[in-house]
Design a protein. Structure first.
Length: 277
């Protein structure tokens, strides 16, 4: 087996959350210096371990707050784990937060140069790819406008177009493709299939289970910061959907029981009042 391009070993991510509410940074700092803040520990990730092979497409799935986005940020090096180690063998192009790496007062064209330079490209290399970036984004007529005038869908178009043209070994995508029109989303996934066939490793966070089953080789199911299951995408997605449907059924059952209890109490109340009157 080839050497993994990403290795995650016993990674834990712990945050200290203040119990007391503060409205400003100044108030927070003053209370912290005076010892007036008390903290609860929150674990976004707990002893997570897995590896990803070169050229794989892997999905991170789970409910909101399960640790998916935190895991992507740890792989990208945006966040450092409280415990454990992440080894990445290759360059990364992260599409983690919409608009990250873009200056709102700079034009789309200027941001292409800045963003691509962050990924390690020289001006000459960016110039050679500029036409491809513009063509894929379909934003030519808006390219010299400040990006603060862009919609979220336009931000996504520009960010994605840059990321797929920097020749990164690993592409990290966190729900960014959920923004924008369906035609451009389809175009993006077609491009992802193309660069995957060329050997690019892709790690994606999405709630679109259909896309996961069609596009991804494997899926990693996270729940409350822990791995529940990891394996072939179709099998893991099936287990996840069974779990979620079962949970919804349980919630519906509890809601119905509560509703029936309220109805019974109202009926007893009406019966009592009728007898009393």
């Amino acid at each position: 087996m080839a050497t993994p391009i990403v290795e995650v070993n016993n990674v834990t991510m712990r945050f200290n959350l203040a119990k007391e509410k503060t409205d400003t940074i100044k108030e927070y700092c003053l209370k912290l210096m005076r010892g007036q803040l008390h903290f609860d520990e929150f674990f976004a990730l707990k002893n997570v371990s897995f590896s990803i092979q070169p050229g794989e497409a892997v999905a991170l799935i789970g409910k909101n707050g399960s640790g998916k986005s935190t895991m992507l940020k740890v792989i990208a090096g945006v966040m450092y784990p409280s415990k454990g180690q992440v080894t990445v063998r290759g360059s990364i192009a992260p599409l983690i937060e919409l608009g990250a790496g873009f200056h709102p007062d700079m034009s789309g064209r200027e941001n292409i140069y800045t963003n691509a330079a962050i990924f390690g490209l020289t001006k000459k290399e960016i110039d050679a790819r500029m036409d491809d970036i513009i063509a894929f984004s379909e934003l030519e007529e808006f390219l010299d406008n400040p990006v603060r005038t862009y919609s979220s869908g336009m931000y996504m178009r520009l960010a994605f177009s840059v990321a797929i043209n920097v020749d990164a070994d690993i592409l990290l995508i966190d729900e960014i493709l959920a923004v924008g029109d369906s035609n451009f989303q389809a175009k993006c996934f077609e491009k992802l299939r193309e660069i995957k066939a060329q050997g690019t490793t892709i790690v994606i966070v999405t709630h679109d289970t259909g896309t996961i089953e069609k596009f991804c080789d494997r899926a990693i199911w996270l729940n409350d910061g822990k791995i529940v299951d990891i394996g072939k995408s179709t099998l893991v997605v099936d287990k996840y959907l069974q779990y979620m449907n079962g949970k919804k059924s349980w919630i519906s059952q509890k809601s119905m029981e509560k509703l029936n209890g309220v109805k019974q109490r109202e009926q007893m109340k009406m019966k009592y009042l009728k007898n009393f009157l």
